[in-house]
Write a protein of this length. Structure first.
Length: 150
């Protein structure tokens, strides 16, 4: 290298740097390939042991499997990047809270009157979002009641 002039030395250093970067990238691709092969082996082993009934053909099964994995990753990404979701679900996810205990407390605090009101609201909502004479009568009653209170 010392015998080369400045331009030749610069060119040779650039060529060596490119060759080194190429080797690094190729090694990275090889590692990614090995990881993908290992993941495929784990998935194949798990699926061999699973009792799965394929309905709709093999391509449908594979599509749904890939969709399920993508959904799982999107939920993981949402939880990782959403401060609100972490604040709300954090105690359940880190084990400091119990979802079943919290749900039991909420459901235990409901009274029969609350359930009756919830059932009535659900029935009214079903009628209001439907179509036909019952919906028209409900809308007319709501309009009359609204006019009476104004």
């Amino acid at each position: 290298m010392a015998a080369l002039d400045e331009a030749s030395r610069t060119h040779e250093e650039y060529r060596l740097r490119l060759a080194a970067e190429k080797e690094i990238r190729l090694a990275g691709l090889d590692v990614q390939r090995q990881v993908a092969e290992a993941q495929a082996t784990v998935l194949a082993t798990g699926l061999e042991q699973a009792d799965i009934n394929i309905v709709g053909g093999e391509s449908v099964f594979l599509d749904r499997l890939v969709e399920s994995i993508a959904l799982g990753r999107s939920v993981d990404g949402f939880m990782d990047h959403s401060r609100t979701a972490q604040a709300l679900a954090g105690p359940w996810l880190d084990g400091s809270g119990s979802f079943t205990e919290d749900l039991t407390k909420v459901l235990g605090s409901l009274s029969t009157a609350d359930l009756r009101n919830l059932s009535a609201a659900s029935a009214l909502f079903a009628k209001a979002t439907g179509s036909g004479p019952a919906t028209a009568a409900l809308a007319e009653t709501a309009t009359l009641n609204g006019a009476a209170t104004d």
